[in-house]
Write a protein that binds this ligand. Sequence first.
Ligand code: GLV
Ligand code: MN
Ligand code: MN
Length: 434
Amino acid sequence: MSGSSGGATRIDGERLMGRLDELAQIGAIAGTHGNCRLALTDEDRAGRDLVCTWMADLGLEITIDGLGNVVACTEPGGVADSVMMGSHIDTVATGGRYDGNLGVLAGLEVIESVLASGHMPSRPLSVAYFTDEEGSRFAPDMLGSLAYVGGMALEEALKITDREGVSVGGELDRIGYRGSAPVPGTVPYAYMELHIEQGPVLEFHGIQIGVVEGVQGISWTEVTLRGQSNHAGTTPMPLRRDAGLAACRIAGEVREMAHNIGDSQVGTVGSISLVPNLVNVIAGSATMTVDLRNTSEGMLQHAEARLDEIVARIAEGEHLAAAMRRTARFEPIDFHPSVIDLVERCAAEASLTHRRLPSGAGHDAQMLARVCPTGMIFVPSFDGVSHNPAEYTAPEDIEAGANLLADVVWRLANGDIDGVLSSGADAASDEMAR
Ligand code: GLV
Ligand code: MN
Ligand code: MN
């Protein structure tokens, strides 16, 4: 139930679950709980339309920028002074219904509950969904929020193409979401994102809330290997130039390398495409992706250098030409210390079990953290599973996370954290100016 007792408004958990369910009907993967709403597809458009309808029903002022980022605010022209909530509503092709969608719909729910309570905080509230957070159709990930904070020029973002050569700009025009608001966008006073953990830590420890300290660095590389396509039966083993074999060896060594570096280092080869990809033909070329992540920038650079060495050595051994292209690169970021403290304090006051943790996944919040005080709240993921239709978070965890979001946002919007945040905000803008 929603309501207010003079402080933060409590959200309506059933309404939030209802909206999550309704949005999940768009691009539903048959026979599963999951979704396929790749960025800027027809399904993404239908999801965008539905969320915009809900924003408009609340009387919010909606702006759409040149990259399709959508921001809705309780006050016309009020975004710069607002506490912004948000995330993304695009999914990976084999996605769940909570990743990203929760942050957007919980933000909408907080706004609806606050409006219904009749008690407005001092600052306006806004809720945003950013374009192509997943990056699985158009790399890099967090594309919309990256451009929103000035990390990539709009013209450059519009030219990015998917594997079929279709551009971001063309798809935005086709689905009617190339808006007129400027990119970079308006920097809010502060930004908060509620998200599922997408990992096993909270569930393993039986904890309700993750107080997110920051996001690890991300490095994506596309590796292309060219050898010679030839007959599988007639080509003696020593005379082969097999791009498929080299791709598999690289995948094996990436895993070994991540294991040897240890700590937070992870390494994933999530995609290998072989040409011609036939049973009786040696693969003449291979295109593969390598995703490396680490909470330490220095260690991430070390992993990248190791990858260069692995690819060069294996390609040479198989007499292949190799090319490497970096498709995403983000340094690790720390969220604002005062916002982290505030999330922790609000969780403790609400008697929610909580622990601090870094985020393994990328988030729009890591982009907003470049320009304004930013924080994130995690809720548990069943079995730690995400980017999978089986992704699940219990309704009571969602409600607890959304109520915590409402509390944190209420305090931020009333400037109610002992003035610590305002000095931190100055530090954040000094950081940007450097
Ligand atoms: C985005 O979801 C990522 O972490 O790859
Ligand atoms: Mn997400
Ligand atoms: Mn995701």
